[in-house]
Design a protein. Structure first.
Length: 182
């Protein structure tokens, strides 16, 4: 009988700790209006890195550390990927970033998902939406968003890791203007 009570106590305590981590992630995300971060992105083994500025909802500006001046910009409706030699524009709804950059969508998903503890350092939430599997990762200590894993529009596995994260900075509106093709 004593073992039964210990088991119930441990089960209750584990669920309470797990719930408080999830609640803290939700509270932290609710209080986040913008992020600035460095990133490392691995797309099918090709690694790129750079810096991004993200403003909810659905706005992002990323400058890659490449010789081709690669930039990724979303104004909330369209997404542009521009290099010195190419220019691609997509409706943001056709990309996984449409969901990742939508804070309200993420909050609603996280509230209804079970979390997964990874290496006692990270918390992971997995969801499926519009034929996309999206993995979102949060730091277990500070509850910050630290990355995501998706399949891009070309069916490539894309893993993005965030570091040097700064929250709630103010950005100029023109930062999220789509670049011209020239």
């Amino acid at each position: 009988m004593k073992k039964y009570f210990i088991f119930l106590f441990l089960l209750f305590f584990t669920n309470k700790v797990s719930a408080s981590i999830k609640e803290n992630i939700i509270k932290n995300l609710e209080n986040t209006q913008s992020l600035s971060f460095n990133f490392e992105q691995n797309i099918n083994g090709k690694i790129e890195n750079g810096n991004c500025k993200l403003e909810y909802p659905k706005k992002i500006f990323c400058k890659y550390n490449l010789n081709n001046n690669k930039k990724l910009v979303s104004n909330g409706r369209s997404l542009v990927i521009k290099t010195t030699n190419s220019y691609y524009i997509y409706p943001i709804e056709r990309t996984p970033l449409n969901l990742i950059l939508d804070k309200e969508f993420l909050l609603n998903k996280i509230k209804n998902l079970k979390q997964k503890d990874i290496d006692d350092k990270y918390i992971n939430f997995i969801f499926f939406e519009n034929e996309n599997e999206i993995n979102i990762f949060f730091d277990k200590k500070n509850y910050n968003l630290i990355g995501w894993q998706t399949t891009d529009i070309y069916q490539n596995l894309s893993i993005t890791y965030l570091n040097s994260i700064k929250k709630n900075q103010k950005f100029k509106k023109k930062l999220f203007r789509l670049p011209s093709q020239n």
